[in-house]
Design a protein around this ligand. Structure first.
Ligand SMILES: C[S@@+](CC[C@H](N)C(=O)[O-])C[C@H]1O[C@@H](n2cnc3c(N)ncnc32)[C@H](O)[C@@H]1O
Length: 257
């Protein structure tokens, strides 16, 4: 039997690993690291290595680093995702077959928590269900970037009795701004909070949370919008990449049933 762990590593800071994650790391024979294209790739990989150096004995594990298949960006988003997932499944099959011996434990260190905007769980579940090898897998939950955002801004995720939406820039870019009262926005490459100008909304923004370059900004969208746009442009220019998340909150809460 081969065993795979999908370990939530938290967003950046090695201190965000849970005790369960640390105990699990120490049992792993092979860590699989998927390198994504883009200017942040060296730093993101270095953070994973820093975690292993901090918690594991040097001779205890092997690291297999492979290029993560990039997603094509055509006008057919659904098809692009399907092709991308097929390629990732094929890569996982290959890694399990060629890099993990029977009786060994392999692991993926997944950013934040594996359940949030990360399809590795679904893809590995399909691979494990369809392989002719004996493989089992387990998920070790992690702290999400959502939790770090609210902790750093010292705010609750929702006010009393209120719902919380977790969504993407892709959605917020086109939705009716009046439909959003309290939402965390992730994967936003177009600063879509601008659409909420004049909507009586606050924004709580965080960049590189948990990382050495962490930055926070908060205030009424109408008041901080221009400063936030400028800050984002400046840090993106300096570092070459930006990972950010924000919570949009309407000042007057809509009563919930
Ligand atoms: C592919 S999703 C993965 C989310 C991850 N599984 C989690 O639990 O946070 C990546 C998005 O999460 C958000 N994110 C993750 N880590 C972050 C960090 N350290 N600082 C700011 N945003 C972060 C950003 O919105 C980014 O575009």
């Amino acid at each position: 039997m081969k065993k795979l762990y999908l370990i939530g590593m938290g967003p950046g800071n090695p201190e965000y690993l849970t005790l369960q994650a640390i105990t699990t790391l120490k049992q792993v024979d092979v860590f699989f690291m998927l390198e994504k294209e883009g200017r942040g790739k060296a730093e993101l990989l270095a953070m994973r290595h820093a975690i292993l150096q901090q918690y594991c004995a040097p001779q205890q594990y092997r690291v297999v680093t492979v290029n993560s298949p990039p997603r094509a960006k055509t006008l057919d988003y659904q098809n692009d995702v399907q092709v991308w997932h097929d390629e990732k499944r094929a890569l996982f099959v290959e890694l399990i077959r060629n890099e993990l011996a029977d009786g060994q434990i392999g692991a993926f260190l997944l950013w934040g928590d594996p359940s949030l905007y990360d399809q590795t769980v679904s893809l590995i579940a399909e691979v494990v269900a369809n392989t002719d090898e004996l493989v089992e897998f387990e998920i070790i939950p992690g702290i999400t970037s959502v939790q770090v955002l609210t902790a750093k801004h010292k705010i609750p995720l929702n006010r009393v009795g209120e719902s919380i939406t977790i969504t993407t820039g892709r959605h917020v870019e086109t939705c009716d701004p009046a439909s959003i009262d309290n939402a965390v926005v992730m994967l936003d490459y177009n600063a879509s909070f601008q659409r909420f100008t004049g909507q009586n909304m606050d924004v709580y923004w965080g960049g590189y949370l948990g990382c050495p370059d962490e930055i926070l900004m908060a205030g009424a969208v109408d008041e901080v919008r221009d400063d936030l746009l400028q800050l984002k442009a400046q840090v993106r220019e300096n570092k070459g990449w930006l990972m950010d998340i924000y919570l949009l909150r309407r000042r007057t809460m809509t009563p919930q049933e």
